[in-house]
Design a binder for this molecule. Sequence first.
Ligand SMILES: [Ca+2]
Length: 301
Amino acid sequence: MTNSRLRGLVLGVLVASFAAVPATASAQASAPTLSTTITCLDTTADQNIDVTATGLAPNTSDYPLFELTAGPEDLVEVGGPASGNLDADASGTGTATVFFDSAAYAQNGGGPSVWLKLRDPSDFSLVAELVIPVCGADATAPVLSLPADIAVDATSASGAAVSYTATATDDVDGAVAVSCDHASGSTFAVGTTAVACSATDAAGNAVSDTFNVVVRPQPQQPDLRALLARLGLDANASNALREHLDRVIAANRQVRCNALNALENEIRARTGTQRGKLLSPVQGDRALAGVRLIGALLGCR
Ligand SMILES: [Ca+2]
């Protein structure tokens, strides 16, 4: 326990023990709230701040102070009671005056805000807190710039790699780093993924937003390889057509229809009853039907 914390605890216990109305453990009517008459704190000057608390347990007595951090832990005290504890009346309301120590604020590194807190004198646990911005401090969050929702086709069974740009600009710090829970360039699964991004300026003002990445499933294609196998062609014949088939499968979306046309022409050229033709008319018709089905699914016709 720090010296100042011990000092606060002792003072709090002393004040509580001499309070006109003894503290009693009563149920609170609502969550405690703190208010002051100031909208910002001039941290360059020592001063007394009047504080009002409501919603406290009736007839209790709490230790008021200023700290540099939020929450019950990591105490960095920069001020304490100017004239004793904050005593709640039977309705759970009380007032106190709290001294702000500008030297302690500066010695502890300052910060863009100061926390007014009420602590239970018996164990120094947190009863209520209120953040008070420092006058002139940066209180504006950065502006986040995220892409509009992105829609892509899956490139594999696991989805698609999707790159995006997310930036943030702050009124004081300029460009600030953006953190997102799905990195640009990572693989997104088929379906809709919400990407949550946030940015924080040097004063701790944070902004967050989301955008969606939609990965459409791969178009279903009839299995032309299996169809070729079922035609019962000899090895040379099926190899000749398989080369074209491989080009169709390897092609990207833009040139796949052209590759399909080439495959269709190849089938026509190799179909017939003449000597040297690889496919009978029946086989050729079946192969062309498969090619047309793929073309229809890809929107080629
Ligand atoms: Ca800012």
